[in-house]
Design a protein around this ligand. Structure first.
Ligand SMILES: [Zn+2]
Length: 238
């Protein structure tokens, strides 16, 4: 698994860098502040500015040589560029992603270590998480916004760090997804996201710095998705 610049520098949303390679409609940057998408989190939006103008980044492609930025127009951006991530969209993704952690930590704690079977953040300011919870009635899950909002009120700090993959694998609950474990990074480590006093788990996405930066949430819907799965959809209370 490659290590992204944004994982080590989540607050850097504008970066002066250079074009390393081009192909029609896309550029490979020496370094990029963009999160390319993954783990249910949507890719960053934004633009690339250079001496010839400005162009929207339509999507990102992960390659062994780095991140390819697929451009909305077939321009030939070259040389020194300024890569700019859309701050509002990144912030929304951080907020939703953090609250998805809060939800899955409460479910893990209160429902016998129930694991995720899927998660998806949405641009409309909602997210859904699917849990493997046979025998749990949806009604039992509709009140989870109470404890989620309590975690916001507690304003818990959030930090990231690396640990050896084998050590993380040995710690119960560190890999929260039922079917997929995150692959180790090239140095054999895995990135851990910790909400201090609540939860820690392997994750490669971007998050808030404190839970209190999130707006209060409410459970929008709880569905049965087959015998095993419960799908919880969450939005903001306002
Ligand atoms: Zn995460």
């Amino acid at each position: 698994m490659p290590r992204y610049f944004c994982q080590d520098h989540p607050d850097c949303l504008e970066l002066e860098t250079t074009v390393l390679d081009t192909r029609p409609g896309a550029v490979l940057l020496a370094q990029s502040p963009f999160f390319p998408g993954g783990g249910g989190q949507l890719a960053d939006r934004g633009v690339i500015e250079w001496s010839g103008g400005v162009v929207t980044v339509e999507r990102l492609e992960i390659a062994s040589e780095g991140l390819w930025h697929v451009l909305a127009e077939p321009v030939a951006a070259q040389g020194a560029v300024l890569a700019k991530v859309d701050p509002g969209f990144r912030r929304l993704m951080c907020e939703l992603h953090t609250m998805a952690h809060v939800l899955n930590s409460i479910v893990y704690r209160d429902f016998g270590g129930a694991l995720l079977t899927g998660a998806q953040l949405a641009a409309d300011g909602t997210f859904r998480v699917d849990f493997d919870m046979p025998g749990i009635y949806p009604d039992l899950l509709r009140g989870l916004d109470g404890p989620m909002n309590e975690v916001i009120r507690q304003d818990l700090p959030i930090r990231t760090f690396s640990m050896p993959w084998t050590e993380a694998e040995a710690e119960p609950g560190m890999f929260r997804s039922k079917s997929v474990s995150p692959p180790p990074q090239e140095d054999g480590s895995v990135r851990i996201v910790e909400i201090m006093g609540l939860d820690r788990q392997a994750c490669g996405g971007t998050h808030l710095s404190f839970t209190g930066q999130a707006r209060p949430v409410r459970i929008l819907k709880v569905d049965n998705k087959g015998k095993q799965n419960r799908r919880i959809r969450v939005g903001f209370a306002d």
